[in-house]
Design a binder for this molecule. Structure first.
Ligand SMILES: Cc1cc2nc3c(=O)[nH]c(=O)nc-3n(C[C@H](O)[C@H](O)[C@H](O)COP(=O)(O)OP(=O)(O)OC[C@H]3O[C@@H](n4cnc5c(N)ncnc54)[C@H](O)[C@@H]3O)c2cc1C
Length: 426
């Protein structure tokens, strides 16, 4: 089989690339491959499947006619198993060989499972696919307790859903606080308090050192000597980019596929985007997996434009941390550099737990915001239950807008002044 453009992966990164290619080139043949057997969905819907708020068939991010309209050939239920960059050929698990002119790898990531002795011998679940979420939903009523390994946003979403289903839940986290990659210490502490108030046990600064079974229950031994038992174990300890099929291809992979500012890999005519790619960071330039939808979509857009030879393509600005987290009727978000700023010269931090713009009806005692400035430009925001516009704040950070003359006004009324600044910028 021959195709001009081949996209592996039909989720946020792959679909964004497809749309960018078609904006510039409607004629060339385009094939897109997904491992999913029927529906296309976002992994962000999976907590809602576990909670029973949605299910297969109600969460499609694209319908079949979308591909027809965009003159794209969708191949479902297929996985790339090999890549020969000299032949410009991808082999699928069914044995189908696809020759491409230009290839985008957007195969995302799988859950990373820590090498805990005994863990393979007990039934545990991860949350990455619809199948994972469906199996967890089926199993969560079979017992009365659960342990979640990992307190990132996937683990904390799982903990909330399991607690809402009536299970006793414990969360084990290696680092000394929850959601360490997404929030600053103060926001983490406040989010943790909400979970503690709901009866969830949070065990930070500890690792699961071994796993086994006793009296029909799973027993996890922790690094501090404590043993905890549970009927259900969820592993949410991180992600591992889906690069296995690239073995022997010569494509440079580190934590993910190494890409430059145009999402080009080390091989000619091959791009990579989304959770499979290690792209430059917005602040540091050092490469890492973005791990969020905004990063995947923006990378896909840049890669697609570059693949199609679109003159308007610009360099990918770099991975910018952006997380939104709804939990027990609270809403938190963080953008940019909120954790590692304190030692930098020219860095300034303003925070408040009585924000003027608190939305009506938000919990009176749990509103918080923190702004970080570097040389008078906004570089980071962390907020809980505040009436702020994350989209505007992200733009101010991306544009490195100089706020010297407006900083005080901005801190007093971030929503209004942020809107005013946007009107002036665009
Ligand atoms: C439970 C959960 C909640 C999340 N919540 C949020 C959130 O609130 N906000 C946020 O920004 N991010 C969230 N994320 C992260 C976000 O979902 C990912 O960053 C995003 O989906 C990455 O998009 P992607 O296109 O790179 O990869 P994926 O969405 O992982 O898609 C990968 C695609 O590749 C296909 N594929 C895999 N292997 C192969 C192969 N060998 N051959 C061909 N195709 C293949 C898959 O079928 C799929 O189509 C969450 C993730 C999870 C798991």
């Amino acid at each position: 089989m021959e195709t001009n453009y081949l996209i592996l992966g039909a989720s946020h990164a792959g679909l964004s690339a497809l749309e960018s290619i078609r904006r510039h080139d409607q004629e060339s043949s385009l094939t897109i491959v997904t491992a999913e057997p029927d529906h296309l969905y976002s992994p962000t819907a999976l907590p809602y499947v576990i909670a029973g708020k949605t299910s297969k068939g109600f969460m499609d991010i694209r319908k079949e006619d979308y591909f027809y309209t965009l003159n794209a050939n969708l191949i479902k239920d297929a996985r790339a198993t090999g890549l020969d960059t000299a032949k410009k050929q991808v082999v699928l698990n069914h044995g189908i060989e696809i020759n491409y002119d230009k290839l985008l790898i957007a195969t995302g990531a799988a859950a990373w499972v820590p090498p805990v002795p005994g863990l393979d011998g007990v039934d545990y679940f991860c949350i990455r696919t619809l199948e994972d979420a469906t199996v967890i939903r089926k199993n969560m009523t079979k017992g009365d307790s659960a342990v979640v390994i990992g307190a990132g946003f996937i683990g904390m979403h799982a903990a909330e859903n399991l607690a809402n289903a009536g299970l006793r839940v414990s969360v084990v986290e290696t680092l000394d606080r929850i959601m360490p990659a997404s929030f600053d210490a103060e926001a983490s502490r406040r989010i943790e308090k909400v979970f503690l108030d709901k009866g969830i046990t949070i065990l930070t600064g500890r690792q699961v050192s071994s796993a086994g079974r006793s009296n029909g229950r799973i027993v996890l031994s922790l690094s501090d000597g404590e043993n905890i038992s549970a009927d259900l174990v969820i592993v949410a300890a991180g992600i591992s980019p889906n690069t296995g099929f690239l073995k022997g291809s010569g494509i440079n992979c580190e934590q993910g596929i190494v890409v430059d500012e145009r999402l080009r890999t080390s091989a000619g005519n091959v791009w990579a985007a989304g959770d499979v790619a290690a792209a430059p960071g917005f602040f540091s330039g050092s490469r890492a997996v973005g791990g969020t939808i905004p990063c995947a979509a923006e990378q896909g857009r840049t890669a697609g434009m570059d693949m199609a030879g679109d003159d308007y393509v610009t360099d990918y600005p770099g991975n910018l941390n952006m997380n939104t987290f709804g939990f027990f009727d609270n809403f938190a978000f963080s953008i940019g550099n909120i954790a590692n700023h304190s030692s930098q010269k020219g860095s300034e931090v303003h925070s408040s737990d009585d924000p003027a713009g608190k939305p009506a009806g938000s919990p009176a005692n749990n509103s918080f915001w923190k702004f970080v400035f570097q040389d008078n430009a906004l570089t980071g925001v962390s907020a809980i239950n505040c009436k702020l516009d994350p989209g505007i704040l992200k733009q101010l950070i991306l544009n490195k807008t100089d706020l010297s003359s407006r900083k005080e006004a901005f801190i007093k009324a971030p929503l209004e002044v942020g809107r005013q600044l946007m009107r002036e910028l665009f």
